[in-house]
Design a protein around this ligand. Structure first.
Ligand SMILES: C[S@@+](CC[C@H](N)C(=O)[O-])C[C@H]1O[C@@H](n2cnc3c(N)ncnc32)[C@H](O)[C@@H]1O
Length: 357
């Protein structure tokens, strides 16, 4: 195709789109800085303020804060008043970028950008040679994941998520045996154990860092009905049924051996038990994901974390966007009947699969 044949207006429009992408990628790092330094939390409590006042209130270096405020002003996140040289984070924006916003704090997702960016060289090598990037290349993953999902568990798990399963809350109140596979920092188990003292809870993971944190939190909260075990969750196949409820939160698509894990969950559930699986809300068909509000980010996390860590172990590499159709097929293959898929309002990340043995 010669230059003359190109539709110049489409070329120009695409160039504009690329500039927008690059600008927004830069702003994602500024969101991360604002979240990690506490600058958003500080600014939410301030009237329009100079960079000196913001820096002082946050206990940070003024020169860096001023440059950050410049980025956020041109990024339309804070408002700038040139005459007074003051900056302001409007309440409507604070409602989406502060810790007080709980699960609505989208700035809490931004640190994942820097985390996955650190492995770009290894990802490029995997594009060339196959294989993947191992968990050990993400030393800060557990800490970040814990902070991010804890806000969601605190706000939704007991009041909105578990009630999706008819009759489950009543059983938890009476007293049942519950296991969380791939528990990470164990916050889901601790939150449930605190809310339902008559039930018994165990969390399984291979991450010592996650398990240490989980046990520390359980101790701190004085929980006697929560414990944590270092176990490969792909190794439960054939074990005796002993749990009334098994949960996985954002785990299955990451795994090297997801089919074995689902088989083990099925085997260790008591007859009549429930498997409650939270995983990425998406379609298995690419064409259905065009309007998905987080699709570009989730495909990125897939290449830079979820899929590549699975492939690094010679695993299935399902990918973050494996989608509902594939999930339902695999749950059926593991022997689950009547799989229902539920969504929680305002949760754009997860689908909840309610599966019965
Ligand atoms: C994305 S994290 C989710 C953690 C936690 N459920 C949450 O929502 O915060 C996935 C977890 O699965 C764990 N995991 C991956 N493969 C595993 C395996 N074979 N056995 C046990 N845990 C595993 C990882 O260590 C990690 O903690």
């Amino acid at each position: 195709m010669t230059t003359e044949q190109l539709d110049a207006s489409r070329v120009e429009a695409f160039g504009g789109r690329l500039l927008e992408i690059l600008n927004h990628a830069g702003l994602a790092f500024q969101l991360s800085v604002g979240h990690r330094t506490g600058l958003f939390d500080t600014m939410a409590g301030l009237q329009p303020s100079t960079s000196e006042q913001v820096a002082q209130a946050a206990g940070l270096d003024e020169r860096y804060v001023r440059e950050w405020l410049g980025a956020l002003t041109v990024g339309e996140i804070v408002y700038y008043e040139p005459a007074a040289q003051t900056y302001h984070l409007p309440a409507e924006h604070a409602a989406m970028v502060t810790r007080a916003a709980g699960p609505d704090n989208l700035a809490g997702l931004a640190p994942y950008m820097a985390l996955v960016g650190q492995v770009e060289d290894q990802v490029i090598e995997a594009f060339e040679k196959g294989g993947g990037v191992p968990y050990s290349s993400y030393p800060k993953f557990q800490e970040l994941q814990r902070a991010e999902t804890a806000a969601i568990f605190d706000a939704t798990l007991v009041d909105r998520t578990l009630p999706l399963v008819p009759g489950l809350v009543e059983k938890l109140e009476t007293g049942i045996d519950v296991a969380d596979f791939g528990t990470g920092g164990g916050h889901a188990i601790n939150v449930m154990a605190k809310a339902f003292p008559n039930s018994r809870f165990v969390g399984f993971d291979i991450s010592d860092e996650g398990l240490d944190f989980a046990r520390g939190e359980a101790r701190e909260w004085g929980l006697e009905n929560a414990r944590f075990e270092a176990r490969d969750i792909a190794a439960f196949v054939g074990e005796e049924p002993r749990f009334d409820l098994i949960t996985t939160f954002d785990v299955i698509h990451d795994l090297a051996r997801p089919a074995e894990v689902l088989d083990g969950i099925h085997d260790t559930l008591k007859p009549g038990g429930t498997y409650f699986c939270a995983d990425m809300a998406a379609s298995s068909n690419l064409e259905d994901n065009l309007e998905h509000p987080l699709a570009p980010l989730l495909y990125t996390f897939s290449i830079f974390y979820c899929m590549t860590t699975s492939l690094a172990q010679g695993g299935a590499g399902l990918g973050t966007m494996w989608g509902e159709q594939k999930a339902i097929q695999m749950l059926g293959d593991a022997g689950f009947k009547d799989v229902a898929v539920e969504r929680v309002e305002a949760d754009i990340i997860n689908s909840y699969y309610i599966c019965h043995k």
